[in-house]
Design a protein. Sequence first.
Length: 287
Amino acid sequence: MKGIILAAGKGSRLYPMTRPTCKPLLPVYDKPMIYYPLAVLMQAGIRDILIIIPPGEEGPFYRLLGNGARWGVNISYEVQEVARGIADALLIGERFIGKDPVCLVLGDNIFHSLTLESTLARAVRTSHQGGATVFGYYVHNPRAFGVVEFDEDGRAISIEEKPRLPKSNYIIPGLYFYDNSVIEIAKGIKPSARGELEISDVNLEYLRRNQLHVIKLDRDFVWLDAGTADNLLTAGMGVKEVQDDTGRYVACLEEIALNRGYIDVDDVHRMGNELSQTLYGQYLLCL
């Protein structure tokens, strides 16, 4: 399975913070925002990763992540010249995806749970069998998101993008698993009234084909959209709280790579020595 991170948004909701740098390079507590979706892909066992970035940001991203070799993964980059919606990432990544299934994650979304890896593994298995797998996350105010409606048996029966009157409190966060037919589906959708290729239209097509699987996330599952100043602050405080309470670091790429067998302890300690002046580096040296 291939992985794509869409990290090309203008970040206009975060101005003036994002005037000199793009949103996914901003810090969320002690790590750049891009670490969090990258960690999700690595926890799903995905090692071939495409990051879609804004024009002119190739240098900063490469200085931060390089080609991914330090974590035992393969990272490549493509530029999205014009923001055309989330589904456009699938068209930009067509050659990268090839004949494989793909996981698409948004660059400003943060996921955390003690059961995250098992939930991701379930989604990977389902996508290899065919169709699409997305997640249902309960929120109190769903009107700003894609809302999924369920029947009495818990099966998804409708999806609405930013509805005025939501039919449920379950939204679909920015993490999607698709089989290879997603490329053909993405090519067939038309721009919405706001001129974007909506990911909800991709999911709706899978729903029409009776191939959309929706996994409801448990209430202890943490999902954060760090796209506004308030959300960015809340996300940073949430990450700090989890790390303080558990003693385990959220989105620690080195630890994930070590647990997956992509790198060894000597690699981790070498990177820890590079960051020995920080708590993050000291955490690596204790692994």
